[in-house]
Design a protein around this ligand. Structure first.
Ligand code: ATP
Ligand code: MG
Length: 204
């Protein structure tokens, strides 16, 4: 029996993939809202290893991204964090994430959560067609990105969520410039960033 009292034959598990450099409140609202609307039992946050679309960019080391994700999700009983992507060598492909999680939850119904910007690229993803066999896809609205991209018919749900115009890129820039990031990311993440100088100019 789920939180909303509905009975489901199988566990319903959300998967929220991301670089999480750093995790911010936009990610958390997206996961929370999909968990509510789709009656999920759990949402697994999966920080990427080497993100395939960011190979040309500097990305913070994976242990810091993992720990910030743990800190940000710790207070929510439904949120957990998985190391599958950061422990798998090489570039991260979502098809591998889905297969690894499917292997751990053979009977669960899986829901992959993505923002409107990431879903626009969905057909470029490796083995896109096979991903739809493993999980449902839920694309959430994101300020600044059109939700009217053409999607494969019946494969991806669009879900309108409360708009938070927050991006990790902006948070990194603010932290680097000494500008406030309070209330854009959870308090523990604000303090982790400051304590370890994660986005200081010389931290690369
Ligand atoms: P960056 O600016 O470094 O790309 P980001 O803010 O886009 O960071 P990602 O880790 O790239 O964060 O995103 C992970 C997932 O969360 C993606 O599917 C993305 O579309 C979604 N997402 C990120 N921010 C938001 C937001 N504010 N609202 C809704 N979805 C979001
Ligand atoms: Mg992004």
């Amino acid at each position: 029996r789920s939180a909303r009292g509905n009975w489901h034959a199988h566990a319903r598990i959300g998967i929220m993939g991301g670089t999480f450099d750093p995790i911010h409140n936009g990610h958390l609202v997206a996961a929370s809202e999909v968990a509510w609307v789709y009656d999920l039992d759990e949402v697994i946050f999966v920080p990427t290893g080497r993100p395939v679309f960011k190979l040309d960019k500097h990305v913070t080391n994976e242990e810091d991204r993992y720990l910030m994700t743990v800190i940000a999700t710790a207070s929510n009983p439904k949120f957990v964090v998985s190391r599958v992507d950061i422990d798998r060598p090489g570039v991260t492909y979502t098809i591998d994430t889905l297969r690894d999680i499917r292997a751990r939850y053979p009977d669960a119904e899986l829901f992959f959560i993505t923002g409107a910007d990431a879903v626009a690229e969905i057909m470029r993803w490796k083995d896109a067609e096979r991903m739809f066999d493993i999980a449902h896809f839920v694309a959430v609205t994101r300020p600044g990105y059109s939700s009217k991209v053409p999607l494969p018919a019946g494969k991806v749900d669009m879900l309108e969520i409360p708009a938070l115009a927050i991006s990790s890129t902006d948070v990194r820039q603010r932290a680097r410039n000494g500008e406030p990031v309070w209330y854009l990311v959870p308090d523990g993440v604000v303090q982790y960033i400051a304590k370890h100088g994660i986005y200081d100019e010389d931290a690369k």
